[in-house]
Design a protein around this ligand. Structure first.
Ligand SMILES: Nc1ncnc2c1ncn2[C@@H]1O[C@H](COP(=O)(O)OP(=O)(O)OP(=O)(O)O)[C@@H](O)[C@H]1O
Ligand SMILES: [Mg+2]
Length: 251
């Protein structure tokens, strides 16, 4: 349902993504792995409409996505959870979550900046909050706390929760495990499995390749802007060349 063909992303003369083709099927978890600077974030940002490709096409359920502004991409059911989480630290957990769903309400910025109690009282918003809190009970306990005072793991949960408030069909995740202890990485990745079971499709960029390969059905490996390998986790892990060249050896 997501299909990239020969996508090239550039910053001036630097080609961060070069002629990348990839596909993600409904309800699949697909990982994109690769070293620093490989172009992984640029790829996600291109899909999300934040930095459109200079060449190639991005199709979503058969329709062109490239060229649409980020808000339109989001309205079509795609949510990006960016590198570094980008939470509003001096707003509460609840307000961060409510912001994630605001596109659904087609309200103006004036409404957005007003106190968001009116939003939280709407039944459909309550239902979405319930879903997020069922997935991350810690967030329910801390909903009145400032987002910036959460632990790293809780902040990642909030970033995912905020994206879920828009009820996406496709989640684009950029390094959700970064800075987290191994047990939290496992917890976050298991949550992605739960979301998959609820019908969400996931494109996951990860530095922790072995953790990502435990939950993904397929993976692509990028290096200097290109896809250099692709396969199931079994296929990728079975290749000593790929393991030593791209996955940091044995784990
Ligand atoms: N805003 C920008 N302006 C100029 N060059 C950029 C910009 N963003 C990224 N690049 C360059 O594009 C290339 C790919 O960067 P990108 O952030 O997509 O890689 P990445 O695979 O996400 O790396 P990391 O694992 O470190 O997050 C790098 O060479 C980077 O320096
Ligand atoms: Mg990156």
């Amino acid at each position: 349902m997501l299909c990239l063909e020969n996508v090239t992303v550039a910053y001036g003369r630097v080609r961060a993504v070069r002629e990348v083709s990839l596909a993600v099927a409904p309800e699949e978890i697909v990982a994109v792995l690769g070293p620093n600077g490989a172009g992984k974030s640029s790829l996600l940002r291109a899909i999300a409409g934040l930095h459109p490709p200079i060449e190639g096409t991005i199709l979503w359920n058969g329709a062109r996505l490239d060229g649409l502004p980020p808000s339109r991409v989001a309205q079509r059911g795609i949510s990006l959870i960016p590198e570094g989480r980008q939470l509003l630290g001096s707003m509460t957990v609840l307000d961060n979550l409510l912001l994630g769903g605001y596109l659904h309400h087609r309200r103006s910025l004036r409404h957005l900046l007003a106190p968001m109690g009116w939003l939280a009282r709407r039944p459909e918003v309550q239902a979405r909050l319930r879903r997020v809190f069922d997935l991350f009970p810690q967030l329910e306990e801390r909903q009145r706390q400032m987002a910036g005072s959460l632990s790293g793991g809780e902040q990642q949960m909030l970033a995912i929760g905020r994206a879920l408030m828009a009820e996406p069909q496709l989640l684009l995740l950029d390094e959700p495990s970064i800075g987290l202890a191994p047990n939290l990485v496992r917890e976050i990745l298991q949550t992605l499995r739960q979301l998959q079971a609820q019908g969400v499709t996931i494109l996951l960029v990860e530095q922790d390749a072995y953790a990502a390969l435990r939950i993904a059905q397929r993976a692509y490996i990028m290096e200097t802007g290109r896809i250099v390998a692709e396969g199931t986790p079994q296929e990728i892990l079975a290749s000593p060349q790929i393991r030593s060249a791209y996955l940091g050896g044995v784990s």
